[in-house]
Design a protein around this ligand. Structure first.
Ligand code: NOJ
Length: 796
């Protein structure tokens, strides 16, 4: 047995020093410049020189943005964009893609306007641009920030070649309620994992240098706390205390700002009654004054105009409130463009407020080099080159989570499949649907490049593969649901059309299954309409008749492997009770089929871990592991453990367990890993040392991890803590470190995690980040259920 020592550094966010010094000096420090290029004196000389020449109308024009291509929201305008650009009334456009389209408008801006200010083109580049990678939630399931960075890099190169230097990504909203369809774009429920992913996305897109020809500026969204919408309903209000807002929800945005994010997008929701897009507390006090953000803020689509629906005033009033709160650009709203200038002229809005917003926008345009290089040459078509396909396949393989792989009597574990398996039947509406492989927000990804599971399995198995579609994704749905997805006749384009007679196709699938040795079911939910924006669901099961199909095939007695293709945690309770092997494959992107087949056949050992808890029932939502304690825990202290107490007066459901069906951090492998009890480098440290530590470790927690099985595998080693005696109650567990460790059979590695201010601090009743004398319980293991424990103390 070999032992190697590896030191893990995820977790040392640079915020610590700032935070500690803030406490010690009551926020008297000058905030850091969050993006050094935007703070460059030379750049700012150019900005000021240009600003001096601008008329009020030209300034306001820089704050207006329209979608001149496709719509990604309601009420898209249909204006004379050429005229608006020529008059200098349009500083930015979205959803205009490709060299020809972007150059068209850019020529007008550069040649016909008085000051020749280039247009900034923005687009939703969420998980790749032309080459579609797995959805962000899947990438979070890899627990590999380098994968996120790589995906961002490919997205940036391809977007820039299409004339787009600004992407509306990453979405770093914490998502603890899978009813909310936008969970697909998030890194899931956890602040620590989300912060690591946020940094990686920003780095991949911006490369720490906006002027590089293949860098793009990010727009970190949606600021703030959009993922905490009440009842998981999109665009809904958010209510939460400030300590939770700061400790759980704001951290990933802060991490992105510290990574140099050039722009942010304000969100649709209100926070404690104040709409985020007119919220000076978050947009100015926190974002700019505390964090030192020096880029600009764009509103979400129509969010400025929608402030009227939040009942905070008429058009001119809400535009003023939004601008003064810190929104600099009005996306697809035309309020800034039409009502700001008059209010400046009448003295209602100081011109200095407009000037400041314009400065912020111009800084980003200068930093991106748009004044020097406004146009784009029609570059290579990047779609699906072999190199990109290989990258997409590799990333996808890391994202799959093996939820279950129980032995079947007389067969053993179904996965991995062996080449000897005689006949395999592949069943289900996700088995051969190219479009569904790409996932929601695959805006420019072309389904014709996607490899389905059917294609990949037939490459391997030839005529040993049987296939039956089984049912559609939507047949069997309520009529009202079908009306919604047929709104504007759009479902005809989704590839998700109901199969007319599911009873017949289910019967055919059963017959085919009976003639095979093993059945693979590929089930899920349609990405259009059910996932992503406006894709909130009140039920979390498979759509249509898929559950019936699953039950019918399981009823044949043939061994069944379930592959779940969905961009959110679905309710898998029946499946978990009746299907021996379940692989969560999310929306895997252009190389979906190959990547899934690689894992099913064991060419790749699954290593993904859940970034969000999977519920037993939708009624448990919002369900997350880092819950606050209750005075009446249903399972002693470990309220995430599987079974509820039988006692009556406990915090529990009578008709369901409290715990997740598959918890946060969960994921199996084709090998097994064992852990040593964690050790800590010192038993205690004084508060002042922890306060001063910033990103440096005060304690080091170590554990040995051994591959005790017979094949090589990668384990995501996770470290959790609990602050057992803070002045404000703290979660029963919080992730504070993780490490992907690859081990040969029999190999052991020693993993270390640093713990300092960043990991041990919390927000007290005054909403200040602090450290107090206390004892921390510490666990290291392969999921949020880890039981091997040590402790450490922080003393006076
Ligand atoms: C609305 C969405 O909320 C946001 O995420 C997206 O970037 C914009 N529309 C632009 O498409």
């Amino acid at each position: 047995m070999t032992t190697r020592r590896i030191r893990k550094s995820y977790g040392s966010l640079a915020i610590g020093f700032l935070a500690a010094s803030c406490i010690l000096s009551s926020f008297a420090q000058t905030p850091p410049a969050s993006n050094r290029q935007l703070a460059s004196p030379a750049l700012n000389v150019r900005v000021e020189a240009l600003l001096k020449k601008m008329t009020l109308d030209e300034k306001v024009g820089q704050l207006a943005q329209f979608a001149a291509g496709y719509a990604t929201g309601p009420g898209a305008s249909n204006l004379r964009y050429d005229d608006l650009v020529a008059k200098g009334q349009l500083g930015s456009m979205l959803n205009v893609v490709g060299a020809e389209a972007t150059n068209h408008y850019q020529h007008i801006a550069m040649e016909k306007t008085r000051l020749h200010i280039p247009i900034l083109f923005g687009q939703d580049v969420i998980h790749g641009h032309r080459t579609t990678f797995p959805i962000p939630l899947a990438i979070a399931a890899s627990w590999d920030p380098e994968a996120a960075e790589l995906v961002a890099r490919y997205g940036a190169t391809e977007a820039r070649a299409d004339g787009i230097p600004w992407v509306f990504s990453p979405m770093v909203d914490i998502a603890r309620d899978p009813r909310w369809g936008r969970i697909i774009e998030s890194a899931g429920e956890d602040t620590y994992l989300g912060s690591m992913m946020a940094r990686a996305w920003v780095k991949g897109y911006q490369q720490d240098d906006l002027s590089k020809p293949d860098s793009v500026a990010v727009s970190v969204k949606h600021f703030a706390a959009y993922g905490a919408a009440v009842a998981g309903r999109d665009y809904n209000a958010v209510e939460m205390g400030e300590p939770t807002l700061r400790q759980v929800y704001l951290k990933p945005y802060q991490a992105a700002v510290e990574a140099g994010a050039a722009t942010m997008m304000s969100s649709f929701n209100s926070i404690n009654g104040v709409p985020a897009s007119a919220n000076p507390f978050i947009l100015t006090e926190i974002l700019r004054k505390e964090w030192g953000f020096n880029g600009f803020v764009v509103s979400d689509w129509g969010a400025v105009g929608e402030l009227k629906n939040h009942s905070i005033g008429d058009g001119p009033t809400v535009a003023r409130k939004s601008l003064e709160a810190g929104v600099d650009m009005d996306m697809e709203g035309n309020l800034f463009g039409t009502v700001i200038a008059d209010q400046v002229r009448s003295g209602k809005i100081p011109e200095s407020v407009v000037d400041e917003a314009v400065r912020r926008v111009l800084r980003v345009k200068f930093a991106l080099g748009l004044f020097e290089h406004p146009y784009v040459e029609q570059g290579p078509v990047y779609e699906a080159t072999p190199e990109r396909r290989a990258a997409a396949r590799k990333v996808a393989e890391e994202t799959f989570v093996l939820l279950k792989n129980d032995p079947v009597e007389g067969v053993g574990a179904l996965l991995p499949l062996t080449k000897k398996t005689a006949k395999v039947v592949l069943i289900g509406p996700m088995a051969d649907n190219q479009k569904e492989m790409l996932g929601a927000w695959a805006v420019t990804g072309d389904p014709k490049f996607a490899v389905t599971l059917r294609t990949a399995l037939s490459e391997r198995l030839g005529d040993k593969l049987l296939y039956a579609p089984g049912c559609g994704l939507l047949a069997g749905e309520d009529e009202n649901v079908l009306k919604k997805v047929n709104f504007n006749g759009a479902a005809s384009a989704t590839g998700s059309l109901p199969v007319p007679d599911d009873a017949k196709t289910i019967a055919e699938a059963v017959l085919t299954a009976e003639s095979a040795d093993v059945a693979i079911l590929a089930l899920g939910e349609p990405t259009d309409w059910f996932e992503g924006e406006a894709g909130s669901r009140a039920h979390l099961g498979f759509t249509g008749n898929q559950e019936k199909l699953l039950e019918a095939v399981v009823g044949t007695g043939k061994p069944v492997i379930l592959v779940v293709l969905a961009g959110r945690p679905l309710e898998l309770k029946w499946a978990a009770g009746h299907v021996p092997a379940i692989l969560q494959a999310w929306s895997p992107g252009v190389e979906a089929g190959h990547a899934i087949a690689d894992v099913l056949f064991g060419d790749v050992n699954p290593s993904g871990k859940l970034p969000a808890s999977f519920p037993r029932a939708v009624g448990q939502e919002p369900l997350y592991y880092a819950q606050l304690p209750t005075g009446r825990p249903a399972h002693g202290d470990l309220s995430h453990m599987p079974h509820n107490s039988l006692e009556k007066f406990m915090s529990r459901y009578v008709d369901e367990e409290n715990s997740a069906l598959f918890p946060f951090g969960w994921g199996l492998s084709y090998t097994r890993f064992s852990y040593s009890k964690p050790t800590v480098s010192r038993a205690e440290a004084p508060v002042r040392e922890v306060l001063a530590s910033g990103g440096d470790p005060v304690f080091t927690v170590g554990a040995d991890v051994t591959n005790t099985g017979s094949v090589a595998g990668t384990e995501v080693v996770q470290l959790y803590i609990r602050n057992t005696a803070a002045s404000v109650e703290q979660p029963v567990r919080e992730l504070k470190g993780f490490s992907r460790v690859t081990l040969a059979p029999g190999e052991t590695k020693h993993v270390e995690f640093p713990l300092g201010f960043n990991e041990l601090s919390f927000y007290n009743a005054e909403s200040k980040e602090s450290v107090e004398p206390t004892t921390y319980s510490v666990w290291v293991g392969g999921s949020s259920l880890a039981t091997l424990e040590t402790s450490l103390r922080v003393v006076e």
